[in-house]
Structures are given as structure tokens and as C-alpha cells.
Design a protein around this ligand. Structure first.
Ligand SMILES: [Zn+2]
Ligand SMILES: [Zn+2]
Length: 301
């Protein structure tokens, strides 16, 4: 069963502004969620594969060497300038081994569409992998690398989730942009309304890369901050655990998942299990404000 993915700090009087990921269990919990969502789903084979990908991420996380956080001076400098402490341009080299590890684990039982990408990635040179990371982070993808990028993203998630888990919440600060991760600067994949001591019914945005969460008031557009033109949508017959929050001021949307409706919801897995909801709001003219990196590795929403 999925356990709490978040390292709850002791109860505080005010809402905790940041929830850092627990790297030792986060991907295993996500793997379990994908497996549960795959059961009886029209996209069941794909969701089951993403469950195996998440399990490979956990196994790559366990195999990581000790990772060093940026030096104290760099952390202080980022803080002074209102920048996130983790820099995506200074990737620890260990991410490339994490990628090879993931590719190796998945290769034995990969669907046809992924098999050749997984085999190439296992033996790709360091420079080629760094170039793929640049493509991912620039959001500059094309058909030539589309099959590689979800795995590149998965490996970067492993390393940045590990780094985030080594930070303290006191090392983070709110950034000017609400929809950007205060830990690594990536856009949010979705938000989650959490249950639990001191955070009951609070809404947190969830980072698409490092799995850090940060508190943003409910009924506020996470892209443009308005609280006037926000509405919630769900597909007919859903149990309300996943909704799309649309904003008529900036024509954007992002999903929001509710632990109250289902304690096992996961912002990444439940997002990919509800693509019908994306189609519904896309057709109504809204643009998604943040990516799910396991879908096409798209950084630009
Ligand atoms: Zn992040
Ligand atoms: Zn908006």
C-alpha cells in the first residue's frame, strides 16, 4: 500500500510552506499507485509500464552515490537573489548512471515503442545524454528524441528528488512566481489538497521534477494569481479525486487531486490516468500551465 509520500514536520501553528520529498519511498509509492490505476483502465498497459518505470526509479535512487548539495556560499547567494537552491544547469554526473540503471531494468520487459530508446540509452555516451538533458530542460523537443525524453526526465527526477530530500525546509523561500518550484525552479505538474495534522485541506503545488511541494491558497490561479475567474471541472462519472482548475483570466489550467476523496492519489500518476480530463479542457480552449515529464518529457507545457 502507498504510505505518506511527504515528510511531515511536527505540527505548527501556521501552514507549512514547503513539504520536501522522502526520496527513499516516493517512487515506490508512485509505482504502487500506477499499478492500482492500471487495473481495468483503457490505458492500462501504458500505466503499468509507468509503474515499472517508477519502480526502476526507486531502484536507481537506492543505487545513487552520496550526492553533495551546492556549497553554502552558493546556497546563500541563491537565497539573496530569490533563486531556488538547486540549479538544473549543474547536474550531478550521477544522473547519467541513474538513467543507464533505469534503461537496463526496463529493457527486459519494455513495450515495442520504448525498446529501441532503452537499448540506445544504456550505451549512449555522456555527451549525448547531456545533450538530451538540455533538450528536455529547454522544452525544445522534436520527434527525433521524443522516445528518449521520458526516461531522461525520470533519471533527473531521481537525482533532484534525492537532492531536495537532503535540504531543510528552512533553506527554501517563497519565490515571486507561484507556479515555479522553490527548490529547483521547475514548473508544477499538479496540485494536491492534503490531509494530515497541521496541513488539513491545504493545497500544495507539486514539482514536476524534484517532487517538492509548496503551499498556495486554494481557488487562486497558480499561473497568474487571480482568484476571480477560477473554476473546477471533472469528467462525468469520476469520483472527484482529480479535477482540472481552469482560469479564464489567463486561459490556463492545471489538475488538482484530493486526498480526502482518495488517500492514495499521486499528483504524477493520477494526472496521467486522467488524460480524458485534459482533452475536455483542451477542447474548451485552456492551455496546461505545467508539464508531466513522464508523458513526452515536455518542459514547455
Ligand atoms: Zn523542484
Ligand atoms: Zn490565471
Amino acid at each position: 500500500m502507498q504510505s505518506q509520500p511527504i515528510n511531515f514536520q511536527p505540527p505548527a501553528e501556521d501552514a507549512q510552506p514547503f513539504l520536501l520529498p522522502v526520496a527513499a519511498s516516493l517512487f515506490a509509492d508512485r509505482a504502487a499507485r500506477f499499478a492500482a490505476l492500471a487495473d481495468g483502465h483503457s490505458l492500462g498497459d501504458w500505466l503499468a509500464f509507468l509503474g515499472r518505470l517508477s519502480a526502476a526509479q526507486q531502484s536507481a535512487q537506492k543505487a545513487l552515490p552520496a550526492l553533495e548539495l551546492p556549497p553554502a556560499e552558493a546556497l546563500a547567494n541563491a537565497r539573496t537573489h530569490g533563486m531556488p537552491p538547486l540549479d538544473l544547469a549543474r547536474r550531478p554526473a550521477a544522473w547519467r548512471d541513474a538513467l543507464r540503471h533505469i534503461a537496463r531494468e526496463l529493457a527486459a520487459d519494455a513495450p515495442e515503442g520504448a525498446a529501441s530508446a532503452l537499448s540506445t540509452l544504456q550505451t549512449a555516451a555522456d555527451d549525448d545524454l547531456e545533450q538530451l538533458a538540455e533538450v528536455l530542460l529547454d522544452g525544445d523537443l522534436d520527434a527525433a528524441n521524443a522516445a528518449d525524453l521520458p526516461f531522461v526526465a525520470a533519471a533527473l527526477q531521481v537525482v533532484y528528488t534525492q537532492l531536495a530530500s537532503q535540504l531543510g525546509a528552512s533553506q527554501l523561500q517563497k519565490l515571486d512566481a507561484h507556479n515555479v518550484c522553490p527548490c529547483c525552479g521547475s514548473p508544477a505538474v499538479a496540485s494536491v489538497v492534503r490531509l494530515g495534522a497541521a496541513i488539513n485541506n491545504l493545497r500544495y503545488l507539486h514539482c514536476s521534477l524534484c517532487n517538492t511541494e509548496w503551499n498556495v491558497p486554494r481557488a487562486t490561479c497558480t499561473a497568474c494569481d487571480t482568484d476571480k475567474e477560477v473554476a473546477l471541472h471533472e469528467v462525468d462519472g469520476s469520483k472527484g479525486a482529480v479535477r482540472a482548475e481552469t482560469c479564464d483570466a489567463c486561459q490556463s489550467y492545471l489538475k488538482i487531486v484530493y486526498q480526502e476523496k482518495d488517500p492514495h492519489v499521486d499528483p504524477v500518476a493520477d494526472d496521467l490516468a486522467t488524460l480524458a480530463l485534459d482533452m475536455l479542457v483542451d477542447e474548451a480552449g485552456y492551455q496546461r500551465s505545467g508539464p508531466n515529464l513522464l508523458l513526452i518529457g515536455a518542459y514547455s507545457g
